[in-house]
Write a protein that binds this ligand. Structure first.
Ligand code: AHR
Length: 330
């Protein structure tokens, strides 16, 4: 009995040593900066989802730019759920990627997982959307748009167009995903700008989650509840495009009976603008891939990068959309 136990212990010890050796070997191949086996930088990227034309263009830009830059991309689609993004980031940490980048679906609730990445010495880049963490050491940089400015530009255009209005101008607002940076900021920028004209009133404001189907459904409700709607401000093209269907079904002419202002300037939105169904778009560029890869290389090399990098963007009227459409890339 005693002899059998000793033999078992020896076998267990040998197996243990062998296992430990193989785990260490695996760990080694993942370390050395966590690079891919061929020495390339590994970037773990957690995408929001596939909710809009903008998002699809953004995903394409990131995938193409990674290939172009020779970066190994581990791509995860969070399907618009924060818990999926947190899970993906934890997986990236476990896999010891070199750099983590993500576009946070909402602004709040990231500190714990960002601390885990910092403790693991993995630099984090925020792209497209930001977080509201007070601790700036949790991420290296933010690359994306000034969403407040986009909302402000939309509001300023409306103020200009309604200068001569003597009575109330009723506005309905289709907000983006609740709690997301673009929804919060675009709402804020727009509200500040329209405060310049007391005739401009937001009579209803609700989330359409940045999706076409939701935009249509919420616009149907707005139309039922509000007999006089003069303006629709949609936080993205897709919700505006969904709303077009609801407006037409209600017997109204989009772009004429109801002025439509959106944000993004993806091809479908630009087509609606050129056709006269939309009236104004503030651009938000999804082509962040090349700059993101450049930043990933820099933070991996330990180089200093600016704390915030903003995308250059413009606005489009119907005439400008007609001119720009033939060369639009997304
Ligand atoms: O974060 C950018 C926004 O997210 C875009 O305006 C919208 O279309 C997308 O879903």
């Amino acid at each position: 009995m005693r002899t059998r136990r000793t033999a078992g212990t020896i076998i267990a010890a040998v197996v243990g040593v062998l296992l430990a050796g193989s785990v260490a070997a695996c760990g080694n191949s993942d370390t050395g900066g966590g690079s891919a086996d061929d020495g390339r930088i590994t970037l773990g990227f957690s995408q929001v989802g596939a909710e809009s034309g903008w998002r699809t263009a953004n995903t394409t830009s990131i995938k193409e730019a990674a290939t172009e830059a020779g970066i190994e991309l581990k791509f995860d689609d969070a399907q618009q759920k924060q818990e999926n993004q947190i899970k993906a980031i934890r997986n990236f940490i476990q896999q010891k990627v070199d750099v983590i980048a993500f576009s946070p679906v909402v602004e709040s609730g990231w500190d714990t997982v960002l601390k885990e990445a910092r403790d693991a010495d993995i630099p984090v880049i925020l792209t497209d959307r930001s977080v509201d963490s007070a601790d700036r050491s949790l991420y290296k940089t933010f690359l994306g748009s000034d969403f407040v400015k986009e909302g402000r530009l939309a509001g300023e255009w409306l103020v200009e167009q309604t200068r001569g209005a003597s009575g109330p101008v009723n506005i309905v607002e289709l907000q983006g995903t609740t709690g997301s940076a673009p929804a919060n900021d675009r709402k804020e920028g727009f509200a500040k700008a329209i405060a310049a004209n007391p005739n401009l009133k937001v009579v209803a404001s609700q989330s359409g989650d940045f999706k076409r189907a939701d935009g249509k459904q919420v616009m149907e409700q707005f139309l039922k509840a509000n007999p006089k709607i003069d303006v629709l401000f949609a936080h993205n093209d897709d919700m505006g495009l969904g709303a077009l269907e609801a407006i037409t079904a209600a017997g109204k002419v989009p772009g004429k009976d109801i002025t439509i202002i959106t944000i993004d300037a993806v091809k479908d939105g630009m087509q609606a603008l050129a056709d006269g169904r939309f009236n104004f778009i503030a651009e938000c560029s999804p082509l962040l891939g090349p700059q993101l890869m450049d930043l990933a290389k820099k933070v991996h090399a330990g180089e200093e990068v600016p704390a915030r990098i903003e995308t250059e963007e413009t606005t489009f009227t119907q005439e400008q959309a007609k001119e720009a459409l033939p060369n639009r890339r997304y």
